[in-house]
Design a protein around this ligand. Structure first.
Ligand code: NAD
Length: 365
């Protein structure tokens, strides 16, 4: 089967690489001529270091490159069974692309969006065949990150979902079905990892205390160091997006994060972050209390998402381990500490929280 990709930026080129490396013929395009012209050389430059390290053979590199066919327009993707868009993150741009594609593709051709923040249903709205539209949410960098969230809107056709999921799985990814809800699984369930750390920071704990507590609990990186790595501005935008969409104190935008962005302390890209250029020191005496607090809120957000339907506890656990590199998923956290301990921790946090944050800690019925 042939795969189509529209948009040859960070994500599109990575997604094209994933399918080309798995042996699929990939037809790919971009609105910008320079992006099309440079795509093969950018792909070669991405793969050359792997050949130099001995992680990839020169033959495999050449095979991947020979599977990538750059074409001038989206209309040239019509032979594809699955077309994935990774263009500008705006609703009008994605709707216009899919509308123009519908004019030249077969009715059963699947249209997948790699959107992070838009509703898949909204993108499908107004199309002749909205049932063929679904989300395939790859993570950055797409070739390295195993996880893909497979997003169905209420009208997505089951056969389209199965085929898109199977094609993505055979390209080496772990595909987790999830509902068309803001933030899907990972971007939503990750919020308390950062949010509770920011709450602790505003209560006077040091970044080192917070992050070292999580390192002591087996996490590979602390929440504030992760904000430093990804960028405080990116984290702020993601949190604001969730807060706008879901409007609940569980997605509260903490002043400590806003101040960090206003000061230009964005983390790795600016050289100064919550911790950067420093590293966390030794864990404080109450490290286990700090870690339990953050883990209880992770478990709670996942419980809310599960209660809304369209996803399994195992799927949420796997998604967070792959997408956020957590050592254990939220439901494994609950099993480890016991549900009673999580409930008691949340109740205590709620009783001590300021009025505007109390409902952060409420559990689903
Ligand atoms: N960057 C990430 O970490 C990440 C992760 C997951 C999902 N996403 C999503 O993937 C999509 C692409 O993000 P990106 O970071 O690769 O962006 P990017 O800016 O690196 O690349 C976008 C590419 O799309 C092209 N383009 C824009 N409008 C187009 C159109 N109408 N037709 C054809 N080509 C067009 C641009 O020329 C550009 O080359 C967005 O929807 C984004 O939300 C991004």
């Amino acid at each position: 089967m042939i795969i189509g990709v529209v948009g040859l930026g960070t994500m599109g080129l990575g997604i094209a690489q994933v399918f080309a490396a798995a042996g699929y013929k990939v037809l790919a395009t971009d609105a910008v001529e320079a992006a099309r012209a440079t795509a093969p050389t950018r792909l070669r430059a991405a793969l050359d270091p792997r050949v130099a390290k001995g992680a990839l053979s020169q033959d495999a590199l050449e095979a991947t490159l020979s599977n990538l066919h750059i074409v001038p327009t989206p209309q040239d993707l019509s032979p594809a069974a699955l077309i994935i868009e990774a263009i500008l993150e705006t609703l009008p741009a994605k709707q216009a692309l899919f509308t123009s594609l519908e004019a030249c593709i077969a009715p059963q051709t699947i249209l997948a969006t790699n959107t992070s923040s838009l509703s898949v249903a909204a993108i499908a709205q107004g199309l002749k065949h909205p049932e063929r539209v679904l989300g395939l949410h790859f993570f950055n960098p797409a070739p390295a990150m195993k996880l893909v969230e497979l997003v169905a809107h209420a009208g997505t056709n089951a056969a389209a979902l199965t085929l898109a999921g199977t094609l993505t799985q055979t390209a080496g990814k772990t595909v987790i079905p999830c509902p068309d809800r803001p933030g899907f699984i990972v971007n939503r369930c990750a919020r308390p990892f950062y949010g509770e750390a920011l709450a602790l920071l505003e209560e006077g704990r040091t970044p080192s205390d917070i992050d070292s507590s999580m390192l002591a609990a087996g996490y590979k990186i602390g929440p504030l160091s992760l904000i430093d790595l990804i960028g405080a501005d990116i984290n702020l935008a993601a949190t604001q997006g969730l807060q706008t969409a879901l409007n609940h104190p569980r997605y509260h935008v903490f002043d400590a994060l806003k101040a960090q962005v206003a000061a230009g302390h964005l983390g790795r890209k600016s050289g100064q972050g919550f911790l950067l250029p420093a590293q966390p020191g030794p864990p404080p005496p109450d490290a286990a209390v700090i870690a339990l607090r953050i883990e209880a809120t992770l478990a709670n957000e996942a419980a809310w998402l599960l209660a809304e339907g369209g996803v399994s506890a195992e799927g949420i656990d796997q998604a967070l381990k792959l997408g956020l590199n957590l050592p254990r998923g939220p439901f494994e956290i609950t099993a480890q500490h016991t549900a009673d301990k999580i409930t008691a921790t949340l109740a205590e946090l709620g009783s001590k929280a300021p009025a505007h944050l109390k409902s952060r800690y409420l559990q689903p019925a």
